[in-house]
Design a protein around this ligand. Structure first.
Ligand code: IPE
Ligand code: IPE
Ligand code: MG
Length: 244
């Protein structure tokens, strides 16, 4: 396979930073929570589109480890919506073959949320449809530090030779082990930053920043974004074939 690819195909793994709920609500003189409620419908639409298209993996950034800094009322609303979404949508998604994963620090969320997450993951382990992952109480730096901590412990205890630590080994210690690395990362709402999302995994992801606020992002916007991806030339450090 040539190192340089013009991707006429769909990405294998799309990761999305779902941003702009608060601004969507403000424009309508509504409380920020109303934006999050509207955001859930966008999640539904994009997940459905991903399944229809036969995408291999979709990872959605739903709550960052920094989002705890928001007012308690907003944090509570986001937790409540996460619960509601799982209770209303997960059974059907799992029945359709979706494999569910939640990446992040699950020690800080309420025990009932933790139980719900574990149940969905367990019930969908054998599924081979869309790999649907929610990053929830997730932070990329924390994830990398946790991997380093685990490897350091193994080395200290003599179970690991530090010389054998490779990028592949590091990848296998990330929450996303077993998934292809994201090849397409989309952020809505016009912000152009990663906000601690999939830092390790996105080394060669194509990035797309769109101005649409997350609640206004649906199937049509998703298909348009995927079209953008197909026009990208992926080089992975090599030269395009015409030059090489
Ligand atoms: C994204 O929308 C949702 C979460 C971070 C949970 P925001 O709530 O960040 O919306 P803006 O950026 O304030 O518009
Ligand atoms: C990133 O959005 C987190 C999620 C989308 C869940 P934020 O709105 O929290 O990020 P910053 O604060 O603008 O960087
Ligand atoms: Mg935001």
């Amino acid at each position: 396979m040539a190192a340089v690819q013009v991707t006429e195909t769909l990405p294998r793994h799309v990761a999305i930073i779902m941003d702009g709920n608060g601004r969507w609500a403000r424009k309508r003189h509504l409380p920020r929570q109303a934006g999050h409620v509207a955001g859930v419908n966008a999640v539904r639409e994009v997940v459905r589109a991903a399944i229809d298209m036969g995408l291999e993996a979709l990872t959605l950034y739903a709550f960052s480890s920094e989002n705890w800094k928001r007012p308690a009322i907003e944090v509570g609303a986001l937790m409540g919506l996460f619960r509601l979404y799982f209770r209303s949508d997960m059974n059907e998604l799992i029945e359709k073959g979706t494999r569910v994963r939640i990446i992040g620090n699950r020690t800080r969320v309420d025990p009932d949320i933790r139980a719900m997450i574990e149940d969905s993951e367990k019930r969908s382990t054998g599924n081979c449809g869309l790999n649907l992952t929610f990053a929830f109480d997730y932070g990329g730096q924390e994830e990398i530090a946790a991997a380093a901590r685990e490897l350091a412990r193994a080395a200290m205890e003599g179970r690991l030779d530090p010389e054998t630590i490779t990028p592949e080994l590091m990848s296998s210690r990330m929450f996303t082990a077993g998934l292809p690395e994201p090849d397409f990362l989309i952020r809505t709402s016009g912000e152009r930053r990663l906000s601690n999302f999939l830092l390790w995994q996105s080394a060669y992801a194509e990035l797309l920043f769109v101005d649409t606020l997350w609640p206004d992002f649906g199937r049509e916007q998703f298909l348009e974004a995927l079209k953008q991806f197909t026009k990208r030339e992926r080089r992975f450090g090599a030269l395009p074939e015409a030059v090489a």
